[in-house]
Design a protein around this ligand. Structure first.
Ligand code: BDR
Ligand code: CA
Length: 312
């Protein structure tokens, strides 16, 4: 039986590839796609989600846009990584269907309420919508099986020395989610920086020769530009968001630890840091499964295999 998921994302190149991976995978049933403000404004991330689903001919999936800004702070976007549109690079179709009239929180709540079984939430942008859902629909918490999050890092940040982008954008939302008591899996930079796509992998996508694979190759070409900066010391580009879906599909590709994680909301230098009790010094019960390592080659093979299915 397939696993029901709802994807809350801010597409975003790697978010788009996470959607493409999920929707090629019969093990997963994508019940809804909702969008958060993050990589770009809420208007642009919503439009991008609709463009990707139009490309995939999945207009049957309900889509809704989320909050325009973080809970307490002004929005920060990552147009330096994702461009003016949020999905710069390949030619994408215009959306040929409309989002739901309700907002992201209402759509997630409606889908959870109607579901006979608990649903896994996958969050690949700032956690604003998920925090609002938890605050406004406490009765639905038992309907959430797990939240799989791309965000944070045990070690180093990528937006500030201490913080990863998704958590930095809305730390108050992240803190609510991390202290919710719901089972959490965190695909942070510890693992996503090991999940790099290399130039030769991009050629594998290009050679698949189907329209979705061509878009994936175009997205990755653009995504590479930012990650080529010497400061990162990368050979390729980290495929952050697809790690969440890959973990659901093939958890055996990952190594993880269970630890307590809290989000820094006050720090002078550390706003948005995922403070991790790595050495278990506090006696606090672990609240997060943290992915730490990945079999990179098998991850790329999985992605190539799933993207190839769009040609069949
Ligand atoms: C995260 O930030 C965004 O730019 C990416 O889409 C990813 O979700 C990586 O820090
Ligand atoms: Ca994202």
């Amino acid at each position: 039986m397939s696993r029901s998921i709802i994807i809350d994302c801010d597409p975003g190149h790697d978010d788009a590839i996470a959607l493409i991976l999920a929707l090629a995978s019969p093990e997963l049933k994508v019940e809804a796609v909702t969008t958060s403000a993050g990589n770009q404004t809420s208007e642009k991330t919503l439009r991008n989600a609709l463009r990707i689903l139009t490309l995939l001919k999945r207009q049957d999936i309900p889509v809704a846009g989320g909050a325009q800004k973080p809970l307490l702070r002004e929005l920060i976007i990552a147009d330096n990584v994702h461009g003016e549109s949020g999905l710069d690079g390949p030619a994408l179709p215009e959306p040929d269907f409309a989002p739901q009239a309700e907002n992201a929180v209402e759509l997630i709540a409606r889908v959870l309420r109607a579901s006979p079984r608990p649903i896994t939430l996958v969050a690949t942008g700032p956690l604003t919508n998920i925090a609002l859902l938890l605050a406004s629909h406490t009765e639905l918490t038992p309907k959430i099986e797990r939240i799989v999050i791309m965000g944070g890092s045990v070690m180093l940040g990528n937006w500030t020395p201490a913080a990863e982008f998704n958590i930095y954008v809305d730390p108050e939302a992240a803190e609510r989610v991390f202290q919710s008591g719901i089972p959490l899996t965190m695909a942070g930079l510890d693992v996503t920086h090991k999940a790099q796509v290399m130039s030769e992998d991009i050629e594998r996508f290009r050679q698949l020769g189907n329209p979705v694979a061509d878009v994936v190759a175009g997205l990755l070409d653009f995504f590479m530009l930012y990650h080529r900066q010497e400061r990162w010391g990368f050979k390729g580009a980290p495929l952050h968001d697809p790690c969440t879906i890959a973990w659901l599909l093939a958890p055996e590709l990952f190594q993880s630890i269970d630890r307590w994680v809290g989000i820094e909301t006050q720090g002078k230098y550390t706003q948005g840091m995922t403070v991790t009790d790595f050495y278990q010094l506090t006696g606090k019960t672990a609240n997060t499964q943290i992915l730490m390592d990945i079999n990179r080659q098998s991850f790329i093979d999985l992605l190539v295999d799933r993207v190839a299915r769009y040609g069949k």
